[in-house]
Design a protein around this ligand. Structure first.
Ligand SMILES: [Zn+2]
Length: 82
């Protein structure tokens, strides 16, 4: 990634954010450029960094979190190589 892209991501101005997975009114989103991921909840209007606690919480709610994440990681790996 070029310097300008890295700086954009560093300050949180990601070029775009993919929806990795939806959980009702919440989503797991990620930047294809830098790989940073976030949890967003529309009901309480919050955006927080995606971490192991969110991962575990959605797994406990019965979601397959790893499947969509690994699909996105594969898609991202191809995109970064281009
Ligand atoms: Zn980014």
């Amino acid at each position: 990634m070029k310097l300008i892209g890295r700086l954009r991501c560093r300050i949180g101005w990601h070029r775009r954010l993919d929806v990795i997975q939806s959980f009702g009114s919440a989503q797991h989103i990620g930047c294809p450029d830098c790989g940073k991921r976030f949890g967003i909840h529309h009901g309480i209007r919050s955006v927080v960094p995606w971490d192991a606690d969110l991962h575990s919480m959605y797994e406990m709610m019965g979601y397959d979190v790893n499947g969509p994440l690994s699909r996105w990681e594969r898609y991202r790996a191809v995109k970064v190589r281009q």
